[in-house]
Design a binder for this molecule. Structure first.
Ligand code: GNR
Ligand code: NI
Length: 168
């Protein structure tokens, strides 16, 4: 097991568009295991492979209270079930310490494969729907700060820069 390093905004590697996963097997399972370990340790409710500098279409999440419902989505795609949107505070392990309100669709249908390559479909609502969209954004090189005003985004960039200087 290994904790993976999480890339932080404004690292250009977070802007990479991930490629479809085509190889299922032990290396993928090892990556999934390490991503869960990293996500639970952070702690976070989701993690996209992009954040650990692996540019493949893979995400893990666990939005349960007891942290006992791990879910893996390989090559995920989603469609909107309706037009209902809501505002939620979002955070991101790649933008540590910042929480800002983002408006997103609340009801989606998701198609993906599991870590063995078997297809599945599910409906997601509320926090789970938000989290899946946040993670798929990562796979497309997009961050939640992209939904904020450029002024807010630049303030966050400056504060993170200062914080990293203090941490160094
Ligand atoms: O841990 C996380 N919490 C969170 C809260 C609201 C909306 C999305 C998220 S995902 C985030 C972990 C993360 O950065 N995933 O990419
Ligand atoms: Ni994130």
């Amino acid at each position: 097991m290994a904790l993976l390093k999480v890339l932080e905004f404004p690292d250009a590697r977070l802007r990479t568009k991930a490629s479809p996963v085509t190889e299922f097997g032990p290396p993928l399972s090892g990556l999934v295991r390490d991503m869960f370990e990293t996500m639970y340790a952070a702690p976070g409710i989701g993690l996209a492979a992009t954040q650990v500098d692996v540019h493949q279409r893979l995400l893990v999440l666990d939005v349960s209270k007891n942290r006992d419902e791990p879910r893996v989505f390989v090559n995920p795609q989603f469609t909107l079930l309706d037009q209902e949107c809501a505002e939620n505070d979002e955070g991101c392990l790649s933008v540590p310490g910042f929480y800002e309100s983002v408006v997103r669709p609340q009801n989606i249908s998701v198609t993906a494969q599991n870590e063995h390559g078997e297809g599945f479909n599910l409906e997601a609502h509320g926090l789970m729907a938000v989290c899946i969209q946040h993670e798929i954004d990562h796979l497309n090189g997009k961050l939640f700060v992209d939904y904020l005003s450029s002024l807010k985004r630049e303030r966050i960039r400056q504060k993170l820069k200062k914080q990293r200087k203090l941490d160094a």
